[in-house]
Design a protein around this ligand. Structure first.
Ligand SMILES: [Zn+2]
Length: 257
């Protein structure tokens, strides 16, 4: 019982019967590497009490040995592949990827399946350098977006979600994911905290300003008009989760307008 609890809190199960593979690079003979010790050391140094309790962060099977894709990128790629098979993505669809994760972004660009653009405020190598809280796009510009691990950085996540809703076409949808701590009752946030050490302690990273609880996160996203669907291990299957090195508590949040 204890072993199972520890396993579900701290990482994906090791399953010798599962053939490991990565849907980002498509490699069938990968291994998954642990989260760099840097984060554990920072958590210990600054007294961050939620280390290892993130819904999605799989400490032991974090990144793909072949392409470097993180656990969450693998989950997004799986969902996208499944939807490509279902014929969901059409040639003229406009897709925007915020804070594009490099391995996933390379895959999506390579697919050449839809009109794919990238956006970020800080990195240069993107199609649009934009502030997600105030975007220069017309209303209803995009059919689909990916916005992962952005909302915990911005001063007003409400304003960012409002903007995402505004630029999404009616009938469009997106992958909208942020770090959520399993078992956390209320979201912890304070954008006025600027001290890096204090941010490590409160939010687990020096450039984060909030830490979400599951219920508060879903409630907040819904409050701006999005429908929210949650796809976890029950939806994708346990065997698939094991093959991709995903933590059993991982949830993919897909929002639609
Ligand atoms: Zn890979």
């Amino acid at each position: 019982m204890l072993a199972r609890l520890v396993q579900s809190i701290f990482g994906a199960r090791k399953n010798s019967f599962s053939q490991l593979w990565c849907p980002v690079c498509g490699e069938k003979t990968v291994s998954f590497l642990s989260l760099p010790d840097f984060y554990r050391e920072k958590a210990r140094l600054h007294g961050y009490e939620h280390f290892g309790k993130g819904e999605m962060i799989s400490l032991e099977t974090y990144s793909c040995s072949h392409c470097g894709a993180s656990d969450r990128e693998r989950l997004y790629a799986l969902w996208i592949d499944q939807h490509i098979e279902k014929g969901f993505f059409l040639k003229d669809m406009r897709v925007i990827h915020f804070a594009p994760e490099s391995a996933l972004s390379a895959k999506l660009r390579c697919l050449a399946l839809f009109n794919y653009k990238t956006a970020d405020l800080l990195i240069d190598d993107v199609d649009y350098k934009v502030d997600i809280m105030d975007m220069p796009f017309e209303d209803e510009s995009f059919n689909f977006f990916i916005c992962s691990h952005v909302l915990e950085h911005v001063e007003s996540d409400d304003q960012a979600i409002r903007e995402l809703y505004r630029i999404t076409k009616q009938g469009g949808c997106g992958i909208l994911v942020a770090p959520i701590v399993v078992g956390l009752e209320k979201t912890i946030e304070d954008p006025s905290v600027k001290d890096e050490s204090e941010r490590w302690k409160l939010f687990g990273q020096n450039d984060h300003v909030r830490l979400y609880s599951h219920d508060d996160y879903v409630k907040k996203v819904r409050s701006h008009g999005f429908r929210v669907e949650e796809f976890g291990e029950e939806y994708f299957g346990r065997e698939v989760f094991c093959s991709l090195g995903l933590k059993p508590t991982s949830i993919l949040y897909v929002v639609s307008k």
